[in-house]
Design a protein around this ligand. Structure first.
Ligand code: GLN
Length: 274
């Protein structure tokens, strides 16, 4: 089978063209940036073993497995991460909260930061890479997720301190508490499409707010004066999270939109009362 025939077979499976190209490059041992090479070589023969591997991956992709699990790679905030089914596939939208985090840390030297429910380590590693002076902790309740985060930290040479914990248990005091917790409601019709990702990284009670409520309630005691709490949440949860933040006494509570214009995260600041 020629490469172009393999791509046609993938299309017939219902795999999007870009995904098919990236899977083909993956089985050929080539970098994701080599799509130009693929187009120039589409008359080349695909060896039988690689053809089999490619078609198997296309079948899994067509059944909804995230591309990142199939290739094992996900680029996040310019960092090459390794991911698999033990962690949520980091979304490009989550770069919004990293940018906000870096903004609030700009005037704070040697900041102390904690990322709650770190999963692959994406948020913590992105902050640590941009702010080498920061002391960044990252926790997850899942030992499996921590193993993924630890491997990413080691491979990237970033000194994020990883620890197994549920939200803020055993935590100290920070300039920034940041989290992309589970926030999908139990009965949300989108959940079946996310069936390949860990349910405990996605679902948070009847209204999807259980974990956001728990974090907002616990955070004030763990923030230094003037410290920030930043939370990612669902597209329709902005008002509810702002309410939670205001009721918990946070000042300057506000939200940020992602590149698609969706209200993606909200946060607030602990007053400087000393
Ligand atoms: N943003 C993810 C999705 O909607 C959910 C991530 C999360 O629950 N933290 O697919």
């Amino acid at each position: 089978m020629k490469l172009k025939e393999a791509l046609a077979a993938a299309a017939a499976h219902g795999v999007a063209r870009l995904d098919a190209q990236l899977l083909l490059l993956h089985v050929l041992g080539r970098a994701p940036g080599d799509r130009g090479w693929l187009i120039a070589h589409d008359d080349d023969e695909l060896p039988a073993a690689q053809e089999q591997a490619f078609l198997a991956l296309c079948g899994r992709r067509a059944a909804g497995e995230p591309l990142a699990y199939l290739t094992g790679h996900r680029e996040f905030f310019g960092l090459p991460l390794q991911v698999d089914a033990r962690v949520l596939d980091p979304r490009p939208d989550t770069e919004t909260i990293v940018e906000w985090a870096l903004d609030v840390l700009r005037d704070r030297p040697d900041p102390r930061v904690i990322d709650l429910g770190t999963g692959s380590g994406a948020i913590a590693l992105a902050i640590q890479s941009a702010r080498p002076d920061a002391v960044v902790e990252a926790v997850d309740r899942s030992a499996d997720a921590l193993a993924v985060a630890q491997a990413n930290a080691r491979r990237l040479g970033l000194p994020v301190r990883l620890r197994q914990a549920h939200w803020l248990e055993g935590a100290g005091r920070y300039d920034l508490v940041v989290s992309n917790p589970p926030y999908i409601a139990e009965a949300d019709p989108h959940l079946p499409a996310l069936a390949h990702e860990p349910r405990e990284a996605l679902v948070a009670g009847a209204d999807g707010l259980d974990d956001l409520r728990a974090i907002v309630a616990a955070a004030p005691a763990h923030l230094l004066p003037g410290g920030w709490l930043l939370l990612e949440h669902g597209w329709d949860q902005g008002e509810a999270v702002l309410q939670l933040l205001q009721s918990a006494g946070f000042a300057a509570a506000g939200s940020r939109r992602d590149l698609a214009g969706i209200t993606r995260c909200s946060g607030g600041r602990r007053l400087e009362l000393g």
